[in-house]
Design a protein around this ligand. Structure first.
Ligand code: ADP
Ligand code: MG
Length: 256
């Protein structure tokens, strides 16, 4: 059984068919790319998979559990983590608090515990902080735990966002254009980081990216969409030489 199974996924925004009959099976430990020109429907596919939108049609399951109708926090709890095309960190909170807050849907204590500030709550809290600190250390972010994200260089903000996506111990990680806005040095670091994350946290990675160097360099296979429809699937070498893909990207500024 594939980890993530998507069948016939279709989504309309009013009269616009943003995603049209999208199919994909994701296996364990793969790094799979989703590419296509601007407006192709890539982020919408992620938003459907994470429960931000409910698909107009189609099937969506994760490790055998139907995801249709589930709320985003439920999908996170099932084991799917993600980052956003535009970084979504809480800029008024420190880096450490950004990680702590990501835990909220996992906390086991109830309102009465919180009211009486029970020992269970305190035990949970200190465990969360300890786990968050450990994760920050693995990501070489310990020195920045008290910083506000907006004061960090862009590459580091991305690193914090990926780190935060791992707080809930996902088995599938979705990255939406993680290299957007990065300089060549940051892009190389990001590629190493994604490979390292896959190895260290044993996650399957599904990545949307416009930077071809990233896609060609780290993906086991790639799916290409244009106007919501799949136009090609294959290995990086197959995709690089596919005339339909080259045509779809004509007029776009693609960094190879
Ligand atoms: P990509 O990520 O491939 O650039 P998107 O998934 O963001 O593309 O968008 C696909 C299409 O759907 C675009 O035409 C976009 O304008 C439209 N779209 C995306 N989100 C919305 C929305 N919330 N409401 C209406 N139209 C949307
Ligand atoms: Mg997008």
């Amino acid at each position: 059984m594939p980890m993530l199974r998507i069948k016939g996924l279709t989504h309309y925004f009013g009269g616009l068919k943003a995603v049209d009959d999208f199919n994909l099976d994701l296996g364990k430990d793969e790094i799979v790319g989703l590419i296509g020109p601007n407006g192709a429907g890539k982020s919408t596919v992620f938003n459907l998979a994470c429960g931000l939108y409910r698909p107009s049609e189609g099937e969506l399951s994760f490790e055998g559990t139907n995801l249709i109708g589930k709320f985003p926090h439920q999908i996170t709890s099932l084991g799917i983590g993600r980052t956003f095309q535009n970084i979504r960190l809480w800029n008024e909170l420190s880096v450490l608090d950004n990680l702590r807050i990501a835990h909220f849907s996992q906390i086991k204590y109830g309102i009465l515990d919180a009211f009486f500030f029970s020992s269970r709550l305190r035990a949970d809290e200190s465990k969360l902080i300890e786990e968050a600190r450990q994760l920050l250390e693995q990501f070489n972010l310990t020195n920045f735990e008290n910083e506000l994200p907006r004061n960090l260089p862009y590459g580091l903000q991305r690193r914090v966002e990926i780190c935060r996506a791992l707080v809930m111990k996902p088995r599938l990680l979705l990255l939406d254009e993680p290299a957007a806005g990065m300089n060549p040095g940051e892009i190389s670091e990001l590629m190493d980081l994604v490979r390292w994350v896959r190895e260290t946290f044993k996650v399957t990675v599904w990545i949307i990216e416009h930077q071809m160097r990233v896609i060609m360099g780290i993906c086991d296979r790639i799916k290409v969409i244009d106007f919501g429809r799949t136009i090609a699937e294959g290995t990086p070498v197959e995709i690089r030489n596919n005339p339909k893909v080259i045509e779809a990207y004509l007029g776009e500024e693609v960094v190879v």
